[in-house]
Design a protein around this ligand. Structure first.
Ligand code: ZN
Length: 463
């Protein structure tokens, strides 16, 4: 065991709660081999100066959308909604190619790492050139995402998105959607092409049927069979029940709301991440929770888009698992997603500390542990916290930050989530045992920011 592969912390958040005097060790692949509480540091061993918490998996991202944050916050019609936002998003997307997506994703992943996310599930649907022609011989847009993750050190679950129709009942796609489209065989070829590139950098490859709007029933059956033939454990993510219009359209088409339709027509289980699942009946919520699927909650995006609030009460009653994603990246901060999730529940229930648990009354601690576990399951990567066999994805809270200084460790985490000064209270971040953020900063941040600003200048100039 070399010195570089160990770390000692006075306080660390382990899967069953806070522990004192914790010694961590990991192997050359960055997997934890030892997590022991109640032991002193070895002579000369590197010591964390603040409490260690597990890195947060970000279970839902469309990286390119970070490029136009701030550009859609004005009223374009009498009642703005998700759908008018989507029109603006499509217009911006039409100007983004491989170089642009790489610059945006590189900057975004640096922001994520500095904000406590150590891996991301990239729900990647901007596949083709602006005319809808595939990049060849390689899928350059996906390759740009892989390069951005590799350069920044971000752990990646790459989820190529299958998109075929513009609405329920096999409605034809519109021009804004032509960059997203694959027939089923082409999607399976894409997965085959990407598999060795993902394997080479430790990324996980899965599949994202975009939504029931975009994937007809027969296609869903076929593509899942094809995915199983490639990898019967690969993760499956789907947007579902984000919008009330989507629910109404699904009922008009099938007689069932979308989550119920999915439960009756697809093998929903622990490999699945149901992204948003905002609008479900109580019975749908209980039944979906009991499948073992993860609810992919994106509280700041759901607030930004006016989606609605997730029915956490029934989800928890069904033993449901959940994690958080930053989705459109209106906000890039793992702590803020937890804060918004809890605040939505406080506002609707008129109670406090709603997400606390009997075994874990400190709500920020309870939420961090639940979101790491659910996020790891959705990522299908060994990133489930500080335990042997998991990756050494570590986040060190900054004990000198004014919001945290002098507090007990568990209250430092509470202050990080609920008492934020809207500045980073994180000091160092490791991914797979390798330090990627030093004293709050990623070493590539200045050059990546400059590249990002060049791209955004062109997006704004040509808007
Ligand atoms: Zn999404």
């Amino acid at each position: 065991m070399t010195q570089a592969n160990t770390l000692w912390a006075a306080d660390a958040l382990l899967p069953d709660g806070w522990a004192r005097d914790v010694a961590l060790a990991w192997d050359a692949q960055g997997r934890l081999t030892q997590v022991r509480a109640g032991v002193g540091p070895l002579p000369g061993q590197v010591r964390a100066t603040g409490p260690l918490i597990p890195g947060m998996p970000n279970l839902h991202s469309h990286a390119f959308q970070r490029g136009f944050c701030g550009l859609t916050e004005y009223r374009a019609q009498a009642a703005d909604s998700f759908w008018s936002w989507r029109d603006l998003m499509y217009r911006c997307a039409s100007r983004i190619g491989p170089a642009e997506v790489e610059a945006i994703a590189t900057w975004l992943y640096i922001e994520m790492l500095e904000a406590g996310y150590t891996s991301v599930c990239e729900f990647h649907y901007l596949h083709h050139d602006p005319q809808g022609r595939p990049y060849a011989p390689l899928p350059e847009m996906a390759m740009a995402i892989l390069r951005a993750a590799e350069r920044t050190g971000m752990g990646l679950t790459l989820l190529p998105v299958l998109y075929q129709t513009g609405g329920f009942g096999a409605a034809a796609p519109n021009d804004g959607q032509r960059r997203f489209l694959h027939d089923t065989a082409a999607m399976l070829r894409l997965l085959d092409t990407l598999k060795p590139f993902c394997d080479a950098q430790g990324a996980r490859l899965g599949l994202a049927p975009h939504s029931l709007r975009a994937v007809p029933p027969a296609t869903l059956t076929d593509v899942l069979a094809g995915l199983d033939a490639l990898d019967a454990t690969a993760p499956i993510h789907i947007h579902i029940a984000e919008q009330t219009k989507e629910v109404e359209d699904c009922i008009a088409w099938s007689g069932l709301p979308p989550v119920r339709w999915l439960l009756e027509n697809a093998p929903v289980g622990p490999r699945w991440c149901l992204v948003h699942a905002t609008h479900m009946t109580p019975d749908e919520t209980l039944d979906a929770a009991r499948t073992g699927a993860v609810a992919g909650l994106c509280p700041t995006t759901e607030a930004n888009l006016g989606d609605g609030l997730f029915d956490m009460a029934h989800w928890r009653q069904g033993g449901g698992r959940w994690g958080v994603g930053s989705d459109s990246h209106a906000t890039v901060n793992a702590a803020e997603e937890l804060q918004w999730l809890e605040y939505g529940l406080r506002l609707t229930t008129r109670q406090r500390n709603v997400m606390a648990e009997a075994a874990q009354p400190h709500v920020a601690t309870a939420m961090t542990l639940a979101a790491v576990a659910g996020g790891a399951q959705a990522s299908s990567r060994p990133v489930a916290g500080l335990a042997p066999g998991e990756q050494a994805d570590l986040v060190e809270l900054d004990p000198l930050h004014v919001a945290l200084a002098g507090l007990p460790a568990r209250d430092m985490l509470s202050a990080h989530v609920f008492g934020s000064h809207r500045t980073s209270a994180l000091r160092n971040v490791w991914v797979a045992g390798r330090k990627r953020v030093h004293e709050g900063l990623h070493p590539l941040r200045d050059s990546a920011a400059a590249d990002f600003l060049n791209v955004r200048r062109n997006l704004v100039t040509n808007a």
